[in-house]
Design a protein around this ligand. Structure first.
Ligand code: FDA
Length: 385
């Protein structure tokens, strides 16, 4: 069986790429090893799929080459995908900061993609596992549990390592290595961060605080959430894209207040520190922050005040690890952008071989950016295969 293009991986990027190629009259096969395509889409955005972000730009992505995503993002924009969703009469809403979610269910996105695959005469083969891939003349041969298929162009859209329970594998990286492509070391991203040992975080598990979280100049202002092992919440997930072991994370628990002024200018200097802090922080966080110095404000010396202010406005946390791929929304790192054309996603040194979506070293922030990368990279490739 010979195809113009075989896409391995029936997720967001793979299905979208197949639609674009199929619409151009190409004979396309999508190979998916799960018993249904798009399983990650179904669980995304709490079941409502944050399918794009209206404010997407290359700055919302982490990659060794921060410019790489520009071309594909410009060729297929969030507005283009919104049009696509509108054409299918899928209702959506903007939750915050340009983040668009389905009003009903993520299922409607998968149904839309499968309907469009059908219209574009794309064959989607589920329960199909690829055993091996080899060069076959100018094209490729793939051996699967359902037999051998041949293709002129091969697209790897198998995603990253995150969420193995919905079918994530290292397949894409293995194929990249087989063909001699460089891989930027992978790591869990958009993931909760954990501290070493029993450092008291678990006592606050479940408490959320509006905070500003930063590494160097990269800063996110959103909630943090205490967990049994460390911290989670949107601001922590965002900063996890930039975190590496040994890099302290600075957390401002009072981003709208100068803590030193709060302590110095309090109208009631006889108040206990914990009570002063309880007016501006959740009670349990106030108690934790005041634990070492819980006396009336008037009894705090300047050195103590300054140490307290630092612990509130510049709390430095040395995380030990992330909570791993089983809790990570995405995988950072992946097939090096230096190996790929930014216009087509084709491997520079392996004509006919393409990598799209999360398997590539382009990792979006939280907020719909990763799906937009899947659509944009899928579009760029779908036009080129
Ligand atoms: P994706 O992982 O979607 O698809 C890869 C496909 O390849 C899978 O179907 C897999 O089964 C298949 N596959 C893997 N190995 C294979 C093999 N050897 N043979 C055949 N098939 C194989 N992003 C966002 O923008 N908004 C959001 O709301 C969310 N929410 C979210 C929630 C959760 C819980 C997670 C885990 C992730 C998100 N994301 C997200 C991230 C988003 O889901 C992710 O970036 C995209 O799905 C990536 O699309 P891809 O098509 O590249 O990979």
């Amino acid at each position: 069986m010979t195809y113009d293009a075989i896409v391995i991986g029936g997720g967001a990027a793979g299905l979208f790429c197949a639609i674009i190629a199929g619409r151009r009259g190409k004979r396309v096969l999508v190979v998916e090893h799960n018993n249904q395509p798009g399983r990650k889409i179904l669980i995304s955005g709490g079941g409502r799929c944050n399918f794009t972000n209206l404010q997407t730009s290359a700055e919302n992505f982490v990659s060794e080459n921060p410019h790489f995503a520009k071309s594909a993002l410009a060729a297929y924009t969030p507005q283009d995908f919104v049009e696509f969703v509108r054409d299918h009469r899928i209702e959506f809403y903007e939750k915050k900061l340009g983040q668009l979610f389905c009003r009903e269910s993520a299922r409607s996105i998968v149904e839309m993609l499968l309907l469009e695959c059908d219209r574009a005469k794309v064959t989607v083969q589920t329960n199909c596992s690829v055993a091996s891939v080899e060069r076959d003349g100018a094209g490729f041969g793939i051996e699967t549990n359902l037999g051998r298929f041949e293709t002129k162009k091969l697209v790897i859209a198998t995603g990253g390592l995150s969420f193995p329970k919905v079918g994530a594998t290292d397949f894409g990286y293995r194929i990249a290595r087989q063909f001699g492509l460089k891989i930027v070391p992978t790591r869990p991203a958009l993931v909760p961060l954990a501290v070493a040992g029993n450092s008291g975080f678990s006592k606050l598990a479940g408490v959320a605080v509006d905070a500003a979280v930063s590494i160097g100049k990269t800063r996110f202002r959103e909630n943090i959430l205490f967990t049994h092992h460390g911290l989670s919440g949107p601001a922590i997930l965002q900063i996890s894209n930039y975190w590496k072991r040994g890099t302290p994370v600075t957390i401002d628990l009072l981003p709208d207040l100068n803590a030193l002024e709060l302590l110095q200018d309090s109208p009631n200097p006889n108040q206990l520190l914990a009570n002063v802090l309880a007016a501006v922080l959740p009670k349990r966080v106030a108690e934790m922050s005041a634990a070492r110095w819980n006396k009336p404000l008037a009894q705090l010396n300047p050195k103590e005040r300054s140490a307290i202010a630092d612990s509130l406005n510049r709390w430095s946390v040395d995380f030990e690890r992330t909570e791993g791929y089983h809790r990570a929304e995405v995988t950072a790192g992946g097939v090096s952008t230096s190996e790929l054309s930014s216009k087509t996603l084709e491997a520079r040194n392996v004509p006919g071989l393409f990598f799209i979506g999360e398997v590539v070293d382009v990792t979006g922030w939280l907020g719909g950016y990763n799906f937009q990368w899947a659509w944009s990279s899928g579009f760029a490739c779908g036009q080129a295969v």
